[in-house]
Design a protein around this ligand. Sequence first.
Ligand code: FBP
Length: 688
Amino acid sequence: MSRIEEMLKHPQVLKVTDNVNEELIERRTYKPPICNAFSDSYSILEPADEFEFDIDPEAMHKLPNIIRNKVQRVKGVDCPDESVKAQYSKKRNIGIVFSGGPSPGGHNVIAGLYDAAKKANPQSKVYGFLMGPDGIMENEAVELTDDVVNAYRNVGGFTMIKTGRAKIDNDKKMALSRETAKELKLDALVVVGGDDSNTNAAFLAQEMFHDGVQVIGVPKTIDGDIQVRDRNGNVLCAMSFGFHTAARAFAGSISNLCTDGSSDVKYWHICKVMGRVASHLALEVALQTHATMTFIGEDLADYTDVRRLKEGTTDYTAFGMTLRHLSRVICDGIVRRAAVGKNYGVLVIPEGVLEFINEIQIFIIKLNTIIAEYNKSHDTTFHADFSKLKDKLDYLRKLAERSEEDRTFTVWNRRDDDLFNAIPGFFQEGLLMERDSHGNFPFSQVETEKVILGLVQDYLKTLRERGEYKVGIHRDYYKKTLKKGGLDPDFYGPILFKNYGDEYLKVKPAIISVRTLTQALVKGGAMPESDKIPAPIEKIYKKSVPSFNTQLHFYGYDGRGSDPTRFDCTYTYNLGLTVFSLIANGASGLMAAIRNLETDFDKWEPVGIPIAPLMHLEERGGKLSLVIEKSIVDVNSTAFQVVKALREKWLAAFPGDDNYRHPGSIRLCEQGEEDRPITLTLNALGRE
Ligand code: FBP
């Protein structure tokens, strides 16, 4: 036996190389607290009539059997009627599926549902559909057992049954799903997904209504864009699960960059954070880390260029920030920090920021329409027929030509084509990328940060040439350096700096090279033209010349796969218990939710929210579809207003320390991690 083979058998080596470590054992055995409603033997539903919705006529028409559902409160009872007991405890077959991107806490939804179902009747079966909705259509399912469920308690990812992005969106797929439900004798189907998947859940609930299969949705997505209020603004679901964990994971890494950046003081870290459209994650990251600059897409869209608003005229270009303008705002922050010696920092950009930039949004909508139209009218698809960028651009050029001959064809004209051809190739490719099955634009695949960075670099170059981008020199350092070289700082100071006397000294704008420095010294009477620049002066000058060094980062898939925070563990386990209560009480077409997430745990209230009344008509892939509306960041919310009010402080474009915050790492049992998203706390305070 070789030495290494022997080593591999050593108990210590076996222990440290085992997949199961202490952390995993701690997670698997942790028991999240349960809401009061679940501490009794049974739970019942009580309609909460005070919550009302504006119903879309199309939803009324398409979802007749579930549109009149009410919000239901889950209440614990110890001794209900015998008929209630019998209904609650009957043997059931329940199927559960993950749909869309992973979101930390999903396994606990399964664990909560499994525990409640088995407690109510040990004969009940819970099936996990594999690989997302495809698993339903193809009847690929596994019966979940104690061993399987226990291995994943409080553990991140959707590894147990995997996930997928398929959509059950036509008669054939519906028929296949009904067939599976029949084969497995399902009483209920649980769809754990985002806005599109819960939309799908509503259609499945309608479709399976007469088959007697109940369908329940669960609000999942790290993007945090499933937030439900009733027509009067009462909050029913403040946040989808997984958001807190992803934000904390991103914040942990970004906060480390803040520390690194303010230590070696040479990089700007450009961090793109996930969130396909809404900027909730970026907002929470800003609150968690106090990163130097964080942009919120919704805020950029809300921008109004008042100079363009002349009385009596409407200039639509005055509304919303352009990419160019955004790059100017970023440069302004960079230049102001450099002036106080901080030529470094951390910039956070939401993944979906382009969606809020007027000119880009127009491209996305136009290209979505073009691609959808093409796919509708051809047997093949746009992306199959035009695999190379050049072919796609040729096709667009032809459309532009067509618009000149046919005035009714307006979707792509010569101006669109010219503008599109002026943007970098990699960005063109990004904008033309294949849409997902829901018709969504794949923002995570586009190198947004590179597009913005390109513009920032160009403009910083201009500012450098204009002498406006300089690194400020601390006056003590300046004085020490000159004195050490035998020069009088007070003599040279007014010649070199535009603000001699301030704490950070800024080299005059006209001095942008060794040549212009020589000229300034000669003009100031400090030396004849033939002399060499004194070494201490040259040293100070060189220190004032900025170089813009960047490191690009993308925070998305890593945080999505993180182990859940205590908040998400508790939230999701209770969501699972809620799902079972809704099923056991005969509900269908409801989404499980927990109210009062923003308060202390003892006030958390499990509810069922009717999905159909949340639907409205929206343009998707070139046609109007009935979908649940995404919640984007409300720029009037307290959370956003706090970030806005503290922006200058966090930019720290003044002498002294930066204002970074260290959220720490995600821990399960110990205290120390704040117990809910800061966004929720602030917004709740704002409503008080
Ligand atoms: P869900 O809405 O399905 O939860 O997914 C959200 C998300 O993580 C976005 O933040 C991101 O843009 C997208 O998924 C990435 O998609 P993919 O996993 O297909 O790359």
